[in-house]
Each structure stands twice: as C-alpha cells, then as structure tokens.
Design a protein around this ligand. Structure first.
Ligand code: GAR
Length: 261
C-alpha cells in the first residue's frame, strides 16, 4: 500500500432515500456486502408507502421509514418529518437514489452538505425530468449518468463522477434508460467510495495501540496523535521526577555519611 492510500478505519453509515423501484438502492446494498467497501446502509427513507425498493429494506433487514409528503400540508413539515426520522439511526451520508422530491434549503441547511444524488444525464446537460427524451431529441451521440453533491439549486452541485454510453440510432426511450441504468449501478457505489476517500478518511487516523486505548476514554475529541503526545509528555514528566528523586536520595545519603563521620 502506498503512503498516498487513504486509511479507512470503519464503514461510514449511509441512508438511502428512494421513491420507486430502488434498483440503485439494490446496487448500493450489494456493494456494501463487500467487507472492503467503505460504507454500510444504516437506514432507508421512502416518500412513497408503495415504493418497490422497500422490499430490499425487508430483504436486507435494514430499518426504514416511510414519510409520505401527502401526509403533510406543507413542504417544511414534510422535511421536518424526514429530519425527525433520521435521528433514529447513525448516518454520515445521505444518498438520493431515485428520490423524486426536491429537498429545500430548509432540509439542506439543517442536515449539512453530505448529501449526494444520481441523475440520468451528463450534467450540466438536461437537469430535471425527461432526460433521455431530451438527449434523443437533440440528436446527442452519447448520454450518461452523474453522481453529484446536492445543493439548493437543482442538479447543480459539484460532480463526483459520470459514466457515459453511446446513443445508437435504434435506441428508444426504454432501451436507453435500461442500458444507462446498468451504468448507474456501477456509478453509485464508485461515487460513494470516492466521497469516503475525499471527505471521511481525514477523520480516520490510524488505530491506536491497544495498550493505550483505556486511557483515551473521556478524550473522544482528541485525535490519536494528540493522545500519543499526551502519553509522551506523561512519560517524560515521570522520568524527570524519578531522576530528581534518585538525586535527592544520593545527596541525603552523602549528608548522613558526613554527619556520622
Ligand atoms: C434512476 O434512473 C435515477 O437516475 C433517476 O431515477 C431512477 C431511479 O431508479 N433519478 C432521477 O431522475 C433524479 N432526478 P431506481 O429507483 O431503480 O434506482
């Protein structure tokens, strides 16, 4: 392993938001089964009670919440309903996977910036809906998918990665969507890996030697390096005290010997 390779201590917790069939959720769940994949799905949120993807929550025994926008009179209450549901499980990153509601600044400012989304076009081209129809109609030679950070402006956040496919003259909306979905299933797990490497590894210092771990309790805010420095200081002060004690005893013994003589 080269020195540049990020050290990943543990899997981050991902919450996946869905509205429909959940094939991207399935791809993420399958990737998480690999012990070397740096994430696990800790919970699933759907805004539709009948979303097909909820079957994966049952299959993989993942806690899930259905927060239907139809049960709320306004968007802010709906988003607060989601925020309340998110407090039940550990979450580092939210992955929107076919979640068909636009999250407002109310949600985004309260949650923070660790939200990513998959979109079926090569952004910045074709933000919004009907991306395949627009690409075919424009006579584009290729289309693709984009995983990007979510910001208040729709489909405009920083791009994490893209995968593209050729549009052939025989392509229909269905064939194009189907072929692109295959690419999406590669793209999303790859993007999660990239996000962990970009944003999370800096918080994960190499593991401490086990002999020191008990003394780190109650010092959760200190980095391992700070704790190690603390131990070095303690050891230096201990050896200084020992040196001073030994010197004092020798002086005392000499004085006693002089007095007896
Ligand atoms: C995917 O094609 C995804 O890119 C798209 O919805 C589909 C969800 O499929 N997302 C958007 O259009 C977001 N603007 P899935 O439920 O099978 O993952």
């Amino acid at each position: 392993m080269s020195n540049d390779t990020p050290q990943i201590r543990q899997k981050i917790n991902v919450c996946v938001f869905i509205s429909g069939r959940g094939s991207n959720l399935k791809a993420i769940l399958e990737a998480c089964e690999n012990p070397n994949f740096p994430a696990r799905v800790s919970c699933i949120v759907s805004n539709k009670p009948d979303a097909g993807g909820l079957e994966y929550a049952q299959q993989y025994k993942i806690p899930f919440a259905v927060i239907s926008h139809k049960d709320y009179t306004n968007k802010q209450d709906f988003e607060q309903g989601i925020l309340d549901a998110l407090t039940h499980e550990p979450i580092d990153l939210i992955c929107l996977a076919g979640f068909m509601r636009i999250l407002s600044p109310y949600f985004l400012t309260r949650w923070g910036d660790n939200i990513i989304n998959i979109h079926p076009s090569l952004l910045p081209k074709y933000k919004g809906l009907d991306t395949h129809a627009r690409a075919i109609e424009a006579g584009d030679a290729e289309t693709g998918c984009t995983v990007h950070y979510v910001i208040p402006e729709m489909d405009a956040g920083e791009i994490i990665l893209q995968r593209s496919i050729e549009i052939t003259k025989n392509d229909t909306l269905t064939t194009l969507a189907q072929r692109l979905l295959g690419e999406e299933h590669f793209a999303y797990p790859e993007a999660i890996k990239a996000v962990v490497e970009q944003k999370f590894t800096q918080h994960y210092e190499p593991k401490l030697d086990l002999s020191l771990t008990n003394t780190t309790q109650g010092k959760q805010d200190m980095t391992d390096k700070e704790v190690l420095n603390g131990h070095k200081e303690m050891w230096a002060s201990f050896t200084n005290t020992m040196k001073f004690g030994t010197l004092s005893i020798i002086v005392l013994l000499i004085l006693m010997a002089l007095f007896l003589l």
